[in-house]
Design a protein around this ligand. Structure first.
Ligand SMILES: [Zn+2]
Length: 183
């Protein structure tokens, strides 16, 4: 099973490496990128202001996600797709962006995709990146309810994985660069 947090090129180019795997993503994300309107606007470089890169984004969805349509599992709401693996909406970076919460016993790992691109955003969920497509409401950060929950931040984060703790103001902050067993 492959879970797509969202359909930006750097998150979907490997889908065809797993030709027999079910591919999970939010229906809203799939329909946004596959819509004729989005494809047309990307071809005209009208969505992100990224010039020709938007043409690449449109082609990437067609080349990597569309061929997997027969094995797509599109989610309309949060879903536990396997024991302890919860996929839920974390919109903002893209309209149908998803995060993944993996639970095992008392341990949890939150994969945030590009919903957060820097650990500082855990403490400041109102900070957004220039690449945001539609501003999120911080629910992805708020979803990390327990101090000590593991989290994973994707490539732009200063650390690929680490732990969270509550700050004095009740917010979360990133502490440490690596996941380690809970004590
Ligand atoms: Zn992205």
């Amino acid at each position: 099973m492959v879970i797509l947090s969202h359909a930006h090129p750097d998150h979907i180019a490997g889908v065809q490496q797993f030709p027999n795997a079910a591919v999970v993503m939010m229906r809203k994300e799939y329909e946004f990128w596959m819509s004729a309107e989005t494809q047309t606007r990307l071809e005209a470089c009208e969505i992100y202001g990224l010039g020709p890169l938007e043409v690449v984004m449109a082609a990437s969805v067609r080349d990597h996600v569309a061929p997997a349509r027969d094995r797509l599992r599109l989610l309309d709401r949060p879903a536990e797709i396997a024991a302890g693996i919860l996929v839920f909406p974390a919109p903002g970076h893209t309209p149908g962006h998803a995060a993944v919460l993996v639970s095992s016993g008392r341990q949890q790992l939150l994969y945030v995709g590009d919903a957060l691109i820097h650990p500082a955003q855990f403490e400041h969920p109102d900070w957004v990146s220039a690449s945001i497509c539609r501003r999120g409401d911080g629910t992805h950060a708020k979803a990390v309810a327990g101090a000590g929950c593991g989290r994973s931040v994707s490539f732009r984060g200063l650390s690929p994985a680490g732990r969270l703790a509550r700050s004095k103001r009740g917010r979360h902050r990133s502490v440490g660069n690596r996941l380690s067993p809970r004590k």
